[in-house]
Design a protein around this ligand. Sequence first.
Ligand SMILES: NC(=O)c1ccc[n+]([C@@H]2O[C@H](COP(=O)([O-])OP(=O)(O)OC[C@H]3O[C@@H](n4cnc5c(N)ncnc54)[C@H](OP(=O)(O)O)[C@@H]3O)[C@@H](O)[C@H]2O)c1
Length: 227
Amino acid sequence: MPTVLITGASRGLGLEFVRQYRADGWDVIATCRDPAKAPELTATGAEVHALDVTDDAAVKALGRTLAGRTLDVLINNAGVYPLKGPQGSFGDIPVKPWMEALRTNVIAPWKVAETFVANLEQAERPVLATISSKMGSIGDAASPGSVVYRSSKAGVNMVVKGLSIELGPRGIICLAFHPGWVKTDMGGPNALITPEQSITGLRRLIAAATPADNGRFLAYDGQEVPW
Ligand SMILES: NC(=O)c1ccc[n+]([C@@H]2O[C@H](COP(=O)([O-])OP(=O)(O)OC[C@H]3O[C@@H](n4cnc5c(N)ncnc54)[C@H](OP(=O)(O)O)[C@@H]3O)[C@@H](O)[C@H]2O)c1
């Protein structure tokens, strides 16, 4: 059975990825900051490892733990959305949460990719999927606010583009995804779709991805998202 590694799997979209891949019989390696506080994740029976993706030493240590294991799919899912609403509007935006967003949403996906590239290279058709957001689309931006989150997702889009240029020639298909506006802790109760709908769509795209898709930015329904 193929193997997938998913970051930020304690809840929300990460947890739904775990559930669906497990239901399909995949070997699932799931990471979360504190497994003791993630009972829904441990109940899936996935192989769980503690990992704060902003802790570079911990990322490298997990890399050593998983050395030699083939990864067919790696999903950079962990993410934060600090300063929603008025706090994140033009005026006096605090720097610390902005730095946290950049470390988690931008830098960590690149460091995770660096760490597990050898595991991906062992697979026949490896896919490196990074969960971005349409809110990071510069072409689509029209409304004010949320600059902390928006700038971090715009940043990770360049990370994915850079990874596609670095790793495409090594056979790794690198994709940026917009999961839709999804009912999770982050998306809130007014979101438009369920985690089941989002992840069903994203898994379909991952399963169908070919080297020709390397470097694309796609929504969960397969629509191209402007960078
Ligand atoms: N929901 C949406 O509408 C939506 C839309 C567009 C994009 N996205 C993106 O989709 C991804 C998943 O979002 P979600 O809706 O599932 O959000 P969520 O419900 O808030 O879950 C976020 C997950 O990321 C984990 N995480 C945060 N910081 C981490 C860190 N430093 N190290 C490890 N894990 C960390 C959280 O772990 P803890 O439990 O430890 O906090 C949690 O498992 C994110 O990248 C988000 O930006 C979501």
